[in-house]
Design a protein around this ligand. Structure first.
Ligand code: GLY
Length: 369
């Protein structure tokens, strides 16, 4: 088993490996908390996983319950959070409670947010069940919900006590879910690690079936995120790099009303933002075609209806959390493996005229047939 330790203001250990839930590690960790445990999961996590964790805790005589909420970004809302809060309050859970977030990125974001405000903050542990949640959502303490104004605009920075990444759970991950994670791995390669990017490129078709390589790639990717978050936990600088592809991608997701998966929207976002770096004269044109080939090889559809209404799209971009005085700011690339840094700046303003040109290009490039 590989494990790495994230140390921020608070400390959070990340455990990564196969057969983790079966080892005493998780149970021992939960026992050491001496808390009432509440597993919160979504209704798409297979029963054998949710009940499997519950049974482990039961067998160790730990006090636990499991509650579910409906899966999907569309349910990552203030309303779902309030419903879960009411359930916890009805059962008289107090500050002696620890939440276990069992599921994908929606679950770790939502449960983390809930933990950060319930009784003014109770501990939580992340048990990510998807590749996306492992390499992105469960690391770094971003929590939050979506509103009709956009993704993740309401939330907190709140670190889990620990993250247990059980690699065996990935064996049965559906392709669409798997690809959500692959897109974030590619993003990490683009911004900070060319070797990771080329490894992913070289392992198209084999990654999901090669546990050793998968472990290595997830570990490499987690280290990138850990190092960035350790330098800038609250996203006042370098952490903005992790938003590469997400300024456009979040707008696509929101306009599509979450009909595209996160990975499908971010794949389009990565391509559009790569085009921006090329148009800004920072990056060679071949990166765009290499990236497109790679994303297509992972069978990402690269089609959307989001580029039909320019005014609406630009309005959405102006509301992005990196915008300043309503001017959208974008992470830029200097080359594969190196996001742009200039002085203390990690995201850069882009003129509306250039965004309009890029929109016209994207409208053709990603048009539905
Ligand atoms: N997913 C972007 C971040 O954690 O900052």
């Amino acid at each position: 088993m590989k494990s790495l330790e994230i140390k921020l203001n608070s400390s959070c250990s990340i455990y990564l490996g196969a057969g983790l839930f079966e080892k005493a590690l998780l149970v021992d960790f939960c026992r050491s908390l001496s808390k009432r445990l509440v597993i919160i999961s979504d209704d798409q996590v297979p029963d054998e996983i949710g009940l499997g964790v519950k049974n482990l805790l039961d067998r160790a005589n730990l006090d636990s319950r499991i509650f579910y909420f409906p899966a999907g970004e569309i349910h990552k809302t203030r309303e779902t959070k309030a419903q879960l809060e009411n359930v916890l309050l009805d059962h008289q859970y107090g500050r002696d409670t620890c939440l276990l977030a069992l599921g994908g990125g929606v679950t770790t974001d939502l449960v983390g947010f809930l933990a950060s405000t319930y009784c003014r903050g109770i501990p939580f542990v992340s048990l990510p069940t998807t590749l996306l949640a492992m390499v992105d959502a469960s690391i770094g303490g971003k929590t939050g919900v979506n509103t009709r104004h956009g993704k993740n605009l309401i939330g907190t920075f709140y670190q889990p006590l620990a993250v247990f990444m059980e690699i065996d759970l990935l064996k049965t991950l559906p392709t669409r879910e798997w690809n959500n994670g692959v897109v974030e791995l590619i993003k990490h390669g683009l911004i900070a690690d060319a070797d990771l990017f080329y490894k992913i490129q070289a392992s198209v078709g084999s990654l999901q079936h090669d546990p050793k390589l998968l472990l290595e790639i997830i570990h490499q990717s987690c280290l990138i995120k850990k190092n960035i978050v350790a330098r800038d936990e609250k996203e006042s600088g370098m952490r903005q790099w992790l938003n590469y592809g997400h300024t456009i991608g979040h707008a696509v997701e929101s306009i599509e009303e979450y009909q595209l998966s996160h990975g499908e929207a971010i794949a389009i976002g990565l391509l559009v933002e790569t085009k921006l770096s090329i148009e800004a004269g920072l990056l060679g044109a071949s990166v765009l075609s290499d990236l497109k080939k790679l994303l297509a090889a992972y069978q990402l559809p690269l089609k959307t209806r989001a580029f039909q209404n320019k005014e609406r799209f630009l309005h959405q971009l102006q509301g992005d959390k990196k915008s300043k005085a309503r001017t959208p700011h974008f992470v830029m690339l200097n080359k594969i493996g190196k996001a742009r840094e200039h002085g203390c700046q990690y995201a850069f303003p882009v003129a509306i005229t250039l965004l309009e040109e890029i929109f016209d290009w994207a409208a053709l490039e990603f048009a539905m047939c």
